[in-house]
Ligand binder design. Sequence first.
Ligand code: AMP
Length: 284
Amino acid sequence: MKIIESPEDMQRFSRGVRRAGKRLGFVPTMGALHAGHLSLVKMARAQAECVAASIFVNPLQFGPNEDFGTYPRAFERDCRLLEAEKVDVLFAPKVEAMYPPGAKTVVEVEELSERLDGRSRPGHFKGVTTVVSKLLNIVQPDLVFFGQKDAAQVANIRRMARDLNLDVQIVVGSIVREADGLAMSSRNAYLDPQQRKQALALHRALMRVQFLIDRGERNPHVLVEAGKQVIAEEKGARLDYLEIVDSDTLEPVEDIAHGALVAVAAWVGTTRLIDNLLIGGGPS
Ligand code: AMP
């Protein structure tokens, strides 16, 4: 696996891939890789002749009191995992290469960026869409792979791609979970054994909503309250939001007949966790 640090070298590599007539699939990550990330790499490997991944802990998407400094970093291990998945090239830039002094341009999807996680993490999605647009300009892939785990991120990126006419196919992979249902996340590493159990409340809340839907409940307000109740019963968890929204606009829906996104975020100790469930088809 080739490791590239400079954006210019990455662009040059990408030009070579295109000239050779190969399709380039790209999986952007912040590293500390787990099976969720690797499922996206496997999808890329199956759909493209050349696979690129990136590892970049993007300071722009972290708030001033968030965990940028302590975010888990495991570069050597990540390289071994990506190599085992036959990734062709890893783009791993330094912060200064991505944000040289004087960088002033940002990309933001107005309004959408303030919904769900955007409400409690102001500026987060602006940081995400800015770095993703930069990464797409640098790697220039034919296909780019994101996880359904970050459903609001997917909505922001899809809208950005549409609004800016980005010439890339966005592919979304299903949520990969631990055996007990906890959605895999690099931040799960922050949890102590007791918190690890408490963290299951998010999945339990979603399962409760799914159970009620299966029983015929269609009122989103009833479903939201039932899900929130499950979080409230777990003393170690503090709810940020539990909403049933349209998966594109992230606005609350009054009717779940045509599908919807049930999204939850909660703090367990100081760790903020998210999870979601797509109802009415699609990856979940
Ligand atoms: P991150 O390193 O957290 O920025 O994640 C990189 C990519 O992996 C994003 O597209 C995430 O949505 C995706 N991802 C993270 N966790 C999971 C998971 N449990 N299942 C599927 N995809 C995931």
